[in-house]
Design a protein around this ligand. Structure first.
Ligand code: GLC
Length: 429
């Protein structure tokens, strides 16, 4: 008996990583029996070293006739949308399956197939309804939800303790004070490279996310409200953007106005920052740093509205209308966003899943204690549902305006006034 148990144990350990994942997919419909190769445009490998490969390997076991070629999509999502739009406008068949940012269903709808009637209803029903709504454009389901992103504050528990703080900052003012004190102390202790706070200040979509958090925390509203009302310029907004501009070169490196997620994470990962604003993916990676003795995450600080705000991010999976193998591509998209795949991906990347039932899963709960099924409701959405295919233009106006304030090129009041005029022009008011 013992020998048999031992044998079973050895067999279990010898199973390839994807096998357990593949096992959950009995009777899966691969869409085609033909030998085909499909091209998938997925995560950048630097920020997401594992996650997708495990799902692709499991898919190969379930649908051996379909080979998935994984291509790295640009890390800068402003570049990524430009790449997609160029390819789609040329009706290129080079892209079969793509990852779709939560803000893009309206922007990309005309180029993506309708997955209603292709994805099993039980598959659709397993996802958080708000995400399915997000992905439904004029009745067409143009993407399947995979994961949720939201802005959070990473902080060094060891340094808070060292400097006598018993909790992370509740307001931006507190963050400023704590970041300055810790930075001063760490530099005095000999670390010249130490900074108080790192975030995303480059002129790209990531700045739209950070800036929206400042805006909502200060004013209680979005700069472009769900009904199309523009409210970029007001006193509370002017003051928070001025405050953020004041961080550049004081508690944040001067280069922060060129930082994307991975640039801030590099400083943080090297143990050279007290606080960082980032998405959930950085959680698992922070745990792997030998230069971070202790860290935790907290909600982003509150501004004048009395509340903090966190931008809703996340990624979904869509199938190109110009694919030469739409059945195989759709099968992969469905497999990729199944509950089993989402769980494996969530554990690998600490990204909260889109499937509701996984929030009750003990493994998921243990891997990411910060995740809750209410994330979509408690975060601030960028104005993509209202702006549809003009979202990219809206966001570009916004991040360029904010960037000009951060670099000191433009006065906050002037920049926000111009932004209001440009938004009104674009949206045809
Ligand atoms: C993250 C978010 C995505 C956002 C991007 C900005 O990938 O999930 O929604 O647009 O960051 O850089």
């Amino acid at each position: 008996m013992r020998k048999i148990l031992l044998l079973l144990l050895v067999l279990a350990l010898a199973l390839p990583a994807g096998a357990a994942l593949a096992d959950g997919h009995g009777g899966f419909d691969c869409g085609t029996d033909e030998e085909v190769t499909i091209k998938f445009f997925g995560d950048p490998v630097g920020s997401h070293p594992v996650g997708e490969d495990n799902i692709i390997n499991a898919f190969k076991e379930v649908c051996p006739n379909i080979t998935v070629e994984r291509n790295e999509g640009a890390a800068n999502v402003t570049d990524l949308i430009a790449f997609y739009l160029t390819a789609f406008e040329a009706e290129s068949s080079d892209l079969d399956v793509i990852r779709v940012d939560v803000i893009w269903p309206g922007q990309l709808a005309e180029h993506l197939i309708d997955l209603n009637g292709i994805a099993p209803q039980s598959h659709i029903d397993a996802q958080l309804p708000a995400l399915i709504e997000n992905d439904t454009v004029d009745g067409r389901l143009v993407a399947l939800p995979m994961r949720i992103g939201f802005g959070m504050l990473y902080y060094r528990t060891d340094l808070l303790e060292k400097y006598g703080y018993d909790a992370p900052p509740a307001t931006w003012d507190e963050l400023e004070t704590m970041a300055a004190a810790i930075q001063e102390g760490e530099r005095a202790d000999g670390n010249d490279e130490f900074w108080g706070y790192v975030w995303q200040g480059n002129a790209y979509e990531g700045l739209t996310c950070d800036a929206l958090e400042w805006h909502v925390s200060a004013t209680g509203e979005n700069f472009l409200q769900p009904d199309g009302t523009i409210s970029a310029l007001n006193d509370a907004a002017v003051s928070i953007y001025e405050q953020a501009a004041g961080w550049v070169g004081t508690i944040s490196p001067p280069g922060v106005v060129g930082y994307q997620e991975e640039d801030s994470r590099a400083v943080w990962h090297a143990g050279n920052a007290a606080f960082m604003r980032n998405w959930p993916y950085a959680y698992v990676l922070s745990g792997q740093s030998e230069d971070i003795p202790g860290f935790d995450v907290a909600p982003l600080p509150a501004g004048d509205s009395g509340h903090g705000a966190s931008t809703l991010g996340g990624w979904h999976i869509g199938v190109s209308k110009y694919s030469e193998n739409p059945e195989a591509a759709a099968a992969f998209a469905i497999f990729f966003t199944s509950v089993e795949s989402q769980k494996s991906y969530a554990l690998d990347t600490t990204s909260p899943p889109a499937a509701l039932e996984l929030y009750a899963d003990p493994d998921v709960q243990a891997a990411m204690p910060f995740a809750s099924p209410n994330l979509v409701e408690i975060t601030s959405a960028r104005p993509s549902t209202f702006s549809k295919d003009r979202y990219n233009a809206v966001s570009t106006l916004y991040f360029n305006a904010v960037h000009s304030i951060l670099t000191g090129e433009e006065d906050a009041e002037v920049a926000l006034e111009l932004l209001e005029l440009d938004l009104a022009d674009l949206l045809g008011e």
